[in-house]
Ligand binder design. Structure first.
Ligand code: AGP
Length: 635
C-alpha cells in the first residue's frame, strides 16, 4: 500500500508534494520520490531509499522548481526497496514520469511484449512496465497522454492508482484508478491528487473521489491564473473549477465530476475515519485478503499460483518435515497451518516458538523445510531461529508483510502477505493474511502430491474467493459486539476455547484481549477443560467458545453444557442458523458457513472486535498498548 500525491497550480509544487508525502508516510515508507516539470520544461525525478526525510536531504541542493509534480512513498510489492525501484519512474525517452499504488498482475506479459519492441527496463517494478506501455501507446498510436493512459489501462490486469506527467505538456496531469484509492482536491486555481484526503485537507475541503476504471485529466495553464475563455463563472462569480477537470472511463466514456465536501479532521483521515488504526485494520480485512490473494487465487481457473512454491516445488515434495517458527500471533497462524498442511499435504509439521527453537539445540536436517512467519520481518527470535536452521542446511520459506525485511532477505523463498503497513500493535489483518497464505501453500503442496483430491481442492479454492465477502458479513455485527462487550469489562479473567482449526483461534482471541485490555485470558483446546481449567468456571469468568458447525461441533456443544452446568457465562461464535448452541450460550456471534480449514478467517473476526471494544470501554490505548512494541527486534 503506497502513497501517491500530485499537484498542478499557481504555487511551487515541491513543498506541497513533500508535505503530502509526510502525511501519507503511515501508508508505508521504504523509499520515496518526486517528479517535477520546471519552467524550462525539464522533467526532474529525485528518489531516495528510506523515509521522506531522506528524499528531502537528497533533493535539498537540486532544482525543485515547477508548478506541477507528482510524488510517491513506497511500500514495496515488486522489487526490493531501493532507489532504482523507488517511484516515480521515467519512460524510456524520459518524456513521461509515473507513480503507482497497486499491483499489476500481468506485468510480466506486458513487459515481454515491450522488450520485443526494443524497450529496456531499469527496475524490477511492475510500475515501470506501465509507463513504458503508455509511452509506447502514445508514440505508436499518435495519441495524447490521456488517450494513451486509457488504452494502456485497457490491457492491465490488477489494481492501480496512478499519476502521469508528460514534460511536453506541463499544463496536464493525468491520473487513474482501479482497486486502489484516488482523490482529487479542488483549490483556487490549483488541484491536488492523493491516495486519500490527508495531504489535501489543509488546502481545500472540495474533493472528487475517483471511481474504479476512471481516468481524470487536469489541464491548467499554470503560467496565468486568469480564467481561460472556456471557463464559466458560477453564480457566485467564482470560476467553475471543474471545467479544468475531465473524467472519463478507460473506455473514454465521459463522466460528470461529483464534487463532495470533506468533513473529517486530519487525524480522523489518517485512520480512514475510524477512531483507531486497529479498528481500521480489522475492517480492512476484506480488502487486504483480496489483495493477498490477487494474482494467486484464480477462482475462474480453479487454481492457486504461489510463486514461492512453484519455484521450489521439488523441495516441498521431498520434504520429510516442515518446521514452523514464529512468535505471538504469527505463531498462532503457524498452528493453523499445521492442521492444514498435515491434512492436505500429509507432511509432518512441528510448530515452534522461535525463542525456544533457537536455544534448545533442535535436530534440524538438510531435507527439512523451515517456514518462518513474521509480519514485521524483523522479530529477533525468529530471525535467529532461521539463521540457526540455515546453518544446518534447511530450506527457509518465509511468510512476511514487509518486502526486503531481514527475515525474507535471509530466506531461500517465501510469500509476501501484501496487506500494507499494520500500524496497530495488535496484529489483525496480518494474521488473516498469514493464515490465507499458509492455507494456499498447504493446498498447493497437497494438490501437487495428490494427497488432496481435485474435488476438495476446487471446493476450497472456490470458497477462498468467497471469504472477503463473508468477512464483510461478520463485520456487520460490530455494533452488536460493541453493545455486549460492555457486559464484560468487569472481568479479571477470560477463558477461550476451541477445537481443531479453531483451537489456535482461541489462543489468538485470548492474546488479543490480553494485549490491549490488560485482562488476563487463556486459550485452551475445549476438551482440556476437564483436565483442570473447569475448576475455574464461575459467573465472574466469561468463557468464549469458538463453535462453528464443523469438525467436532457436537463435542464443543458438550463442553459448553459442562460450563453452563457450573454457572459459567458463555460467548459463543457459531455458524449462521445454529440453533443448538444459541439456546444454551449467553451471547452468540454468527459467521457464514465455510470450509472447516477456512473457518479461522471468519471466527477470529468477532474475537478481534470483542477485544477491541472491551479495551476501548476500559479506556486503554488500543493502538499502542502498554509495554508492547509493534516489532520485537530485541531478545
Ligand atoms: C500480536 O498481536 C502481537 N503484536 C505480537 O504477538 C506479534 O504477533 C509478535 O511479536 C510477532 O511479530 P512478527 O509477526 O512481526 O514477527
Amino acid at each position: 500500500m503506497c502513497g501517491i500525491v500530485g499537484y498542478i497550480g499557481k504555487r511551487k509544487a515541491y513543498p506541497i508534494l513533500i508535505k503530502g508525502l509526510h502525511r501519507l508516510e503511515y501508508r508505508g515508507y521504504d523509499s520515496a520520490g518526486v517528479a517535477l516539470i520546471n519552467p524550462q520544461g525539464q522533467l526532474n525525478i529525485y528518489k531516495a531509499k528510506g523515509k521522506v526525510a531522506e528524499l528531502e536531504t537528497y533533493a535539498a541542493d537540486k532544482d525543485t522548481d515547477g508548478c506541477i509534480g507528482i510524488a510517491h512513498t513506497r511500500w514495496a510489492t515488486h522489487g526490493e526497496p531501493n532507489t532504482v525501484n523507488a517511484h516515480p519512474h521515467y519512460s524510456e525517452s524520459e518524456r513521461l514520469a509515473i507513480i503507482h499504488n497497486g499491483i499489476i498482475e500481468n506485468y510480466a506479459v506486458l513487459k515481454a511484449g515491450l522488450q520485443q519492441e526494443g524497450y529496456t527496463f531499469k527496475s524490477d517494478t511492475d510500475t515501470e512496465v506501465l509507463v513504458q506501455l503508455i509511452e509506447y501507446t502514445q508514440l505508436n498510436r499518435h495519441v495524447d497522454l490521456k488517450t494513451a493512459v486509457q488504452l494502456a489501462l485497457q490491457q492491465v490486469v490488477g489494481a492501480y492508482a496512478i499519476a502521469v506527467l508528460d514534460k511536453d505538456h506541463p499544463d496536464t496531469l493525468v491520473a487513474a484508478r482501479k482497486g486502489s484509492p484516488l482523490v482529487v482536491g479542488i483549490g483556487q486555481d490549483e488541484y491536488f491528487l492523493a491516495s486519500d484526503a490527508t495531504p489535501i485537507v489543509e488546502y481545500t475541503d472540495k474533493v472528487i473521489y475517483i471511481e474504479d476504471e476512471e481516468v481524470v485529466t487536469i489541464k491548467l495553464s499554470v503560467e496565468s491564473s486568469e480564467l481561460s475563455e472556456r471557463d464559466e463563472l458560477s453564480e457566485t462569480g467564482e470560476p467553475k473549477e471543474e471545467s479544468n477537470i475531465d473524467i472519463t472511463t478507460i473506455n473514454n466514456v465521459q463522466k460528470t465530476p461529483e464534487i463532495k465536501r470533506l468533513e473529517m479532521s486530519l487525524s480522523q483521515l489518517e485512520k480512514g475515519g475510524y477512531p483507531h488504526f486497529m479498528l481500521k485494520e480489522i475492517f480492512e480485512q476484506p480488502r487486504t485478503l483480496t489483495d493477498s490473494m490477487r494474482g494467486r487465487v484464480n477462482v475462474r481457473q480453479d487454481n492457486i499460483a504461489l510463486s514461492g512454491f512453484i519455484d521450489n516445488k521439488q523441495r516441498f515434495l521431498d520434504a520429510k518435515r516442515i518446521i514452523i517458527t514464529a512468535c505471538g500471533t504469527s505463531w498462532h497462524a503457524g498452528l493453523i497451518a499445521m492442521y492444514a498442511i498435515e491434512e492436505f499435504a500429509q507432511i509432518p509439521v512441528e510448530v515452534e516458538y522461535s525463542s525456544e527453537f533457537r536455544y534448545r539445540k533442535p535436530v534440524i536436517n538438510k531435507d527439512d523445510i523451515v517456514v518462518a512467519i513474521s509480519q514485521s520481518g524483523e522479530t529477533a527470535d525468529t530471525l535467529a531461529a532461521i539463521q540457526l536452521a540455515k546453518s544446518k542446511g534447511a530450506f527457509i520459506f518465509s511468510i512476511c508483510n514487509v518486502v526486503g525485511a531481514s527475515i525474507p532477505r535471509l530466506s531461500d523463498s517465501g510469500c509476501y502477505t501484501h496487506v500494507g503497513p499494520e500500524i496497530g500493535v495488535a496484529s489483525t489483518k496480518a494474521f488473516t493474511a498469514q493464515v490465507t497464505a499458509l492455507t494456499m501453500l498447504a493446498l498447493c503442496i497437497g494438490r501437487e502430491k495428490e494427497t488432496l483430491s481435485q474435488e476438495q481442492y476446487l471446493a476450497i479454492v472456490r470458497e477462498l474467493g468467497q471469504i472477503p465477502d463473508k468477512i464483510e458479513r461478520v463485520l456487520g455485527q460490530n455494533k452488536r459486539i460493541a453493545d455486549f462487550a460492555k457486559t464484560f469489562t468487569y472481568a479479571q479473567n477470560f477463558i477461550y476455547l476451541g477445537r481443531g482449526y479453531n483451537f489456535p483461534v482461541a489462543l489468538e482471541g485470548a492474546l488479543k484481549l490480553k494485549e490491549i485490555s490488560y485482562i488476563h485470558a487463556e486459550g485452551y483446546p475445549a476438551a482440556e477443560m476437564k483436565h483442570g481449567p473447569i475448576a475455574l468456571i464461575s459467573q465472574e469468568m466469561p468463557v468464549v467458545v469458538v463453535a462453528p458447525h464443523c469438525g467436532t461441533y457436537e463435542k464443543v456443544v458438550s463442553n459448553i453444557q459442562e460450563i453452563k452446568a457450573r454457572k459459567g457465562r458463555v460467548i459463543a461464535v457459531v455458524t449462521e442458523g445454529d440453533e443448538l448452541v444459541s439456546r444454551i450460550a449467553d451471547y452468540t456471534i454468527e459467521i457464514p458457513a465455510t470450509e472447516e480449514c477456512l473457518t479461522p478467517l471468519l471466527t477470529v473476526i468477532p474475537l478481534q472486535l470483542l477485544a477491541y471494544h472491551i479495551a476501548v470501554i476500559k479506556g486503554c490505548d488500543v493502538d499502542q498498548p502498554r509495554n508492547l512494541a509493534k516489532s520485537v527486534t530485541v531478545e
